[in-house]
Design a protein around this ligand. Structure first.
Ligand code: FAD
Ligand code: NAI
Length: 476
């Protein structure tokens, strides 16, 4: 079979890969993208973890469950009465699947629009050839491609607990966690990280009794301590049981459910019996089937592809982006790397600023941040000023009936340059964008404090927190 030649072959069609392919095609390269994800009917489902079992379906379920919670608890305050409230989990899951499919189809449309050749199957390295690399595609499509440049964007997979493999019925990864067919009476989660809190929130809102077991003694250690404390208070008040500093032992699953033996923070032997257990203890880079060894592509001890600051691998003409390389496992980080690599291939100066990558946890209250935390500033001995503003004092938050949390600014004591912005509260996911822009432009807290913000809006809390850095809030 004759091989098909491309300027750029992208392996993996998640946010890192499909965006890299589109940008490469926009820059005039003859580009192919190979992705193996299948939908329930065996058809192509590009978009990777993010679209199929990550960002998109989790946010769809968070939205459905938040509506349910509002209907059950918040509507009455607005004078809205409901006689009977019920949840049709099947319908909720079907809606989520529709949202996922819209995104899959959207990516296939974008490939067509940008003239990216899509191959549905597993891509693996065969050998280095004159002027590039041979990549075999096996699956629905069986082809041999030659790429002058290859971008690897094969993503990550869930990490199981040793001795408790995922069966996606009782012991669930993120995949099974998004497909639970009926609200479990008791749900256990191992790991109070991002997935643990988001998935725990979904099923708690729908009526499950949720217990989260976390190994670390601190809650959300990567988050600014003040913000994490506020979030912890809100989650506990909502009914999420969070046990910190535990040591998980044997896990037994049978038809009825799962039993987790663990030692609590004081070393006491405990046992948790649940109907379903979600294990969310982090993810590992995925190079399964890539045949990296055929071309000598270097991996590190975690299985991540070794790259430099510009996503160059150990091989000339081979790049890697997204979850399969170092750095935060976030869709927008993968996308930015994909764009930057395509631009570097074109001889441009693609750049990703790792200091301004925002993080968002889509719980209620939402948690979002960019830049350094107060504990990081203390650890490096930085001279800084802090300013906070509570949503309780914000008119829009009161009108919304959602006054939990605050906006917090951290700025350089001398120059007033913004070093970090941390938010816990309503729409933190949207509010953080202003802080990212400000930090990209090296703004001072004073800059934000002097910008006109619409009234009434949650963004006024951002302005007020910036004013608080100089101890001159106007509404608090
Ligand atoms: P992936 O999205 O994992 O895509 C890799 C693709 O490559 C997959 O389609 C895979 O099938 C394919 N592939 C792998 N090997 C091969 C091969 N050899 N040949 C062909 N195809 C191959 N991030 C956020 O920023 N915001 C969120 O809200 C968010 N929510 C999340 C919720 C959950 C439950 C999970 C699990 C993750 C979430 N993430 C979120 C993280 C986000 O999904 C990842 O950071 C992102 O998907 C990484 O993109 P990627 O392109 O590197 O890899
Ligand atoms: P995580 O890294 O966010 O959290 C894992 C948690 O599990 C940590 O708190 C860790 O201390 C704990 N843990 C590890 N081993 C343990 C053990 N044996 N027993 C008990 N606790 C243990 O990982 P998570 O939640 O699996 O998510 C993976 C990644 O996916 C995230 O780091 C993030 O990059 C991405 N993601 C992003 C989202 C977003 O941006 N909103 C949403 C969901 C996932």
């Amino acid at each position: 079979m004759a091989s098909k030649n491309f300027d750029v072959v992208v392996i993996g069609g998640g946010p890192g890969g499909y965006i890299a392919a589109i940008r490469a095609a926009q820059l005039g390269f003859n580009t192919a993208c190979v992705d193996e994800w299948k939908n329930a009917a065996g058809g192509p489902a590009p978009g990777g973890t993010c679209t199929n079992v990550g960002c998109i379906p989790s946010k769809a379920l968070l939205q459905s469950s938040e509506h349910f919670e509002h209907a059950g608890h918040a509507f009455a305050d607005h004078g809205i009465g409901l006689k009977e409230l019920s949840i049709d989990v099947k319908k909720m899951l079907a809606r989520k699947d529709t949202v996922v499919k819209q995104n899959n189809d959207g990516i296939l449309y974008l490939f067509k629009k940008n003239k990216v050749s899509f191959f549905h199957g597993r891509g693996s390295f065969v050998k280095a050839v004159d002027g590039g690399y041979e990549v075999a595609v096996a699956g629905v499509a069986t082809e041999t491609l030659v790429g002058r440049q290859v971008i690897v964007a094969t993503g990550s997979i869930a990490r199981p607990l040793s001795g408790a493999p995922f069966d996606e019925d009782k012991i669930l990864s993120n995949d099974g966690a998004l497909r639970i067919g009926a609200v479990p009476r008791k749900l256990g989660l191992i790991g109070s990280g991002v997935i643990g809190l988001e998935m725990g929130s979904v099923w708690r809102r729908l009526g499950a009794e949720v217990t989260v077991l976390e190994a670390l003694p601190t809650f959300l250690g990567a988050v600014d301590e003040q913000i994490a404390k506020e979030a912890h208070k809100a989650f506990v008040k909502q009914g999420l049981k969070i046990e910190l500093g535990v040591k998980v032992g044997e896990i037994k699953a049978d038809k009825k459910g799962v039993t987790v033996a663990y030692a609590d923070a004081k070393g006491g032997a405990q046992s948790l019996a649940v109907d379903k257990l979600i294990v969310s203890i982090g993810r590992v880079p995925n190079t399964t089937g890539l045949n990296a060894e055929a071309v000598g592509l270097k991996l590190d001890e975690r299985g991540a592809i070794v790259v430099d600051g510009e996503c160059r691998t150990s091989l000339p003409g081979v790049w890697a982006v997204g979850d399969v390389v170092r750095g935060p496992m976030l869709a927008h980080k993968a996308e930015e790397e994909g764009v930057a690599v395509a631009e570097r291939i074109a001889g441009q100066h693609g750049h990703v600023n790792f200091n301004t990558i925002p993080w968002v946890i889509y719980t209620s209250p939402e948690i979002a941040w960019v830049g350094e935390t107060e504990q990081q500033l203390k650890a490096r001995g930085a001279a800084y000023k802090a300013g906070t503003f509570p949503f309780m004092a914000n008119g829009r938050a009161r009108a919304l009936g959602d006054t939990t949390g605050m906006v917090k600014f951290l700025a350089d004591a001398k120059t007033d340059e913004i070093l970090g912005v941390h938010i816990v509260g309503p729409m933190a996911s949207e509010l953080i964008a202003e802080a990212v822009v400000a930090m990209e432009f090296k703004a001072s807290a004073e800059d934000i404090a002097r910008i006109c913000h619409a009234h009434p809006s949650l963004s006024e809390a951002t302005k007020e927190a910036a004013l608080a850095v100089d101890k001159r809030t106007l509404n608090f």
